[in-house]
Design a protein. Structure first.
Length: 80
């Protein structure tokens, strides 16, 4: 488990760590206290990935395509 803050991770980093957390919870004998910590970290990673995906979807949705398939305009993206 990484000590890096979830909020500082890219989507790819968070997904890789989330896969690692799931692997540890499924495959190894992990002490109860460690399992709880892993689960909490996994939940934070999941929420972070969902937020990153939603942000990406919103950015893509803001691109307007014309009849010829070329972008005709962009709506400014709010924040992050």
């Amino acid at each position: 488990m990484s000590d890096k803050s979830v909020s500082d991770m890219t989507f790819e980093q968070a997904m890789a760590e989330l896969e690692n957390v799931v692997s540890q919870l499924e495959g190894a004998q992990v002490a109860l206290e460690d399992s709880i910590k892993l689960y909490e970290r996994g939940e934070a990673l999941k929420k972070h990935c969902e937020a990153k995906l939603k942000s990406a979807e919103e950015k893509v949705a803001q691109i307007t395509l014309g009849a010829d398939g070329a972008p005709t305009g962009l709506t400014p993206v709010k924040g992050g």
